[in-house]
Design a protein around this ligand. Structure first.
Ligand SMILES: Nc1ncnc2c1ncn2[C@@H]1O[C@H](COP(=O)(O)OP(=O)(O)O)[C@@H](O)[C@H]1O
Ligand SMILES: [Mg+2]
Length: 209
């Protein structure tokens, strides 16, 4: 599917992807600190990033809520549509660096692959939801599921799915990175926080560092 960016955009859009506890939140905060010396940096997250999308997040991640897989996929896409139009695009248009904790690839891997809805269908609804916006760079933090499950972190509805589900997510994310390698940096997330941070920094395009 053609996924050209719509409209002229001055900023840099970076997404962090990876299974739960791979270190996304830790690393994107460190990257934001470094980039904020030279640039306006907007840190945001999915699902979330606007009041409506944060309300949808509560519904999506509550561990006592049950919903169909298609409903789940559409709610993620709905939250993302608001996030893109009202938070991400305006920031990119004023030249900011936008760093998002998860983006479309999470839907492709969790709903498309792990829930079995199919990557193509989930991609289609997200292409429409985002009006074809995609990250300039996706930092993919890769970690074996056994390692990630030993790290601290809150357990939400997605994490309750267990290690087989998480392993399908991990495989799905790696396959996405393999499809368009020039827009991804796949980084081994098992070394120390500082070592991973240096690898993340090295992946940032030169003019922005
Ligand atoms: N490189 C690392 N080595 C060991 N522990 C880490 C590392 N990076 C993050 N952690 C710890 O693992 C947990 C999950 O990290 P977090 O950044 O919240 O992951 P995510 O946002 O991907 O779920 C946190 O307790 C964090 O302090
Ligand atoms: Mg996190």
């Amino acid at each position: 599917m053609a996924r050209e960016r719509v409209g002229a955009v001055k900023g840099l859009f970076v997404a962090f992807e990876g299974v739960d506890r791979s270190g996304k939140t830790t690393q994107l905060q460190l990257l934001a600190q470094r980039l904020s010396e030279k640039h306006e940096v907007l840190l945001t997250r999915e699902p979330g990033g606007t009041p409506v999308a944060e309300a949808i997040r509560v519904l999506l991640l509550a561990d006592d809520v049950q919903m169909s897989a298609r409903c789940e996929a559409l709610l993620f896409a709905a939250a993302r549509a608001d996030h893109v139009e009202r938070t991400i695009r305006p920031a990119l248009e004023r030249g900011a660096v936008v760093i998002s904790d998860r983006f479309v690839d999470s839907s492709l891997a969790y709903q498309g692959v792990a829930r079995g809805l199919g990557v193509d269908d989930v991609e289609r609804i997200n292409h429409w939801a985002t009006d074809a916006l995609e990250p300039d760079l996706t930092i993919m933090l890769d970690l074996p599921i056994g390692t990630s499950s030993q790290r601290d972190g809150e357990v939400d509805r997605m994490e309750n799915e267990g290690e087989l589900f998480q392993a399908r997510v991990r495989r799905g994310l790696l396959d996405l990175a393999g499809r368009a390698a020039h827009r991804y940096a796949v980084i081994d997330a098992s070394p120390s926080v500082d070592e991973v941070a240096d690898l993340v920094w090295a992946a940032v395009p030169e003019p922005w560092r």
